[in-house]
Ligand binder design. Structure first.
Ligand SMILES: NC(=O)C1=CN([C@@H]2O[C@H](COP(=O)(O)OP(=O)(O)OC[C@H]3O[C@@H](n4cnc5c(N)ncnc54)[C@H](OP(=O)(O)O)[C@@H]3O)[C@@H](O)[C@H]2O)[C@@H](O)CC1
Ligand SMILES: [K+]
Length: 485
């Protein structure tokens, strides 16, 4: 259930299932029934208005209206357009509804305790305007509970963008698998609770469609975790070099603590000799080395991973350090200043990426690096990964991780407390630590984001970045125990 399907992939799954012998009207009956079941599970009988659009999303509405009325609920139904213009399965189910079919208007909102939004689903093709926009405004202004079918009408299923205006739902029931718009902002905020229900489309059909996007869950990457063996020693678990700046030393201290908590065997902070005492005093288990000995450090292949950027400073020396590191094709995480240092010449950075590299920009850093790439967050992360050859992680409440081979994951975490100073430095450190232990770059980026998000939800309000590394053992222990079952 962790695959995320585009609307085209959903149509494909629908077609394959129908070709496999389940008629379309049965799929629609199943779809409507799952929404009906969710409604009666959540709420006691009350007055309902079902708002139906002119396509199959509206068709689902006729099923829901019939089932609720058969259950004894008081149901009104409104349709956008003429009933004779409905086609296929929607026309079939409209015929099964023997209640009144009203014209779709804000009058349906008056007196309704619960509104079922079946105006537009996967077939939303343009901005909502005119009378339908007025209706959407009435629904959003009302105090009624709102259940959206498939997606809140007005939310683009592929991007999560609002097309003109959109319904704000308390519950969204979607079918088979989620779509990107359920997890990407602003769509996610309009869905309310999300229920993903089976309507008879098999896992086999979903796998034939070859999904390339997933919700970020341990199922995705847990097989790639490099748990230490009994016979292992610290050199088996990597030696990460974290490059520290001279002014913002806190950033690399957070990177280092997070990387060490992720399980890396050894960690050395490399910095100007003048600030080494600051780094050395931070934690007894963290080693330090002067940047003046860089050649020797890099010649030692045991230093198998690098992280640079947080608090490092923007400028030519950062650029040349990054290029020197990338040339070695070892696992590298680039964040913050390491990315901003290439704002004037991003193609040099993209050209230099050859080995396993993860870049972790926030929106501002992303725009500076890839000013010509636009579209939704998922599309932009994918385009940047393809162009650069790096795994690209665009941070935010809907973090997207994209690999150059097209794989992508969306992390939808409800932990606004993670938006705090140093939180991104911790994330870079965790990912670098996992890569140093030998984890594949996309897996490491996904796992790092997941650990970071779980820390945010576990710790909650009051979280400061320093809390996150020290919470990691609790979550890692859970994953480790699960891996032994
Ligand atoms: N796939 C599955 O697994 C299953 C799918 N099922 C259901 O089918 C739904 C998809 O149905 P769908 O393809 O008929 O599209 P839908 O969202 O009803 O809208 C199309 C209509 O809206 C119109 N229209 C569009 N935008 C508009 C606008 N801004 N303003 C005004 N009009 C606009 C558009 O007009 P047109 O662009 O053709 O002029 C067309 O008439 C899916 O979400 C799910 O609920 C389940 O029943 C079974 C299993
Ligand atoms: K809808």
């Amino acid at each position: 259930m962790f695959e995320i399907l585009t609307t085209d992939q959903m149509y494909d799954a629908d077609r394959k299932t129908i070709d496999g012998g389940i008629p379309g009207d049965v799929l629609m009956e199943n779809a409507g029934r799952t929404v009906f079941e969710e409604i009666i599970r959540h709420w006691s009988p009350r007055s309902v208005s079902v708002l139906c659009g002119p396509g199959n999303n509206g068709g689902d509405g006729f099923v829901i209206a019939r089932l609720l009325r058969d259950e004894g609920w008081s149901v009104r139904l409104g349709l956008l357009g003429e009933i004779e213009h409905l086609g296929g399965d929607a026309a079939f189910h409209a015929k099964q509804w023997d209640g009144a079919t009203e014209r779709l208007s804000p009058a349906l909102v008056v007196g309704a305790d619960l509104i079922v939004d079946c105006i537009f689903g996967a077939g939303l093709a343009r901005d909502i305007t005119g009378d339908v926009a007025d209706l959407v405004a009435s629904v959003n202004d009302s105090i009624s509970v709102v259940v959206s079918v498939d997606v809140p009408s007005g939310v683009d299923g592929n991007s999560g963008c609002i097309m003109g205006c959109a319904i704000k739902a308390d519950l969204t029931v979607t079918f088979c698998r989620a779509k990107p718009g359920h997890y990407l902002l602003p769509g996610r905020q309009l869905c309310g609770e999300l229920a993903i229900r089976d309507i008879g489309i098999s896992d086999q059909v979903v796998s034939e469609i070859r999904p390339t996007c997933w919700r970020n869950d341990p199922v995705l990457w847990r097989a790639g975790i490099r748990w230490p063996g009994l016979d292992g020693h610290k050199y088996h678990r990597g030696h990460l070099l974290a490059f520290g700046g001279t002014m913002m030393t806190g950033a690399t201290r957070l990177v280092a603590r997070a990387a060490r908590r992720s399980g890396v065997g050894l960690l050395t902070i490399v910095s100007d000799a003048s600030v080494l005492p600051v780094y050395a005093a931070d934690a007894p288990g963290t080693m330090t080395a002067s940047i003046s000995g860089l050649e020797a450090l890099l010649n030692d292949c045991r230093h198998n991973a690098f992280v640079v950027g947080p608090g490092y400073g923007v400028g030519d020396s950062t650029r040349s350090l990054v290029l020197q590191l990338l040339h070695l094709c070892r696992s590298t995480v680039l964040d913050a200043d390491a990315l901003t240092s290439f704002s004037d010449d991003p193609s040099t950075l993209c050209f230099a990426v050859q080995g396993p590299t993860v870049v972790t920009p926030h929106e501002g850093e992303f725009t500076r690096l890839f000013p010509d790439i636009d579209g939704d967050k998922l599309a932009r992360a994918r385009a940047a990964a393809k162009r650069s050859g790096a795994t690209v992680l665009i941070k935010g409440a809907d973090t997207v991780i994209a690999a150059p081979d097209g794989r992508a994951a969306i992390s939808a975490v409800d932990a606004p407390w993670l938006a705090t100073a140093g939180s991104g430095d911790v994330l870079a450190g965790v990912i670098a630590g996992l890569m140093a232990q030998g984890m594949e770059m996309f897996d490491a980026a996904c796992m790092g984001v997941w650990l970071h998000g779980r820390s945010g939800t576990d710790i909650g309000p009051g979280l400061i970045a320093e809390d996150i590394p020290d919470h990691l053992p609790v979550i890692l222990r859970e994953l480790w125990l699960a891996s032994r079952k």
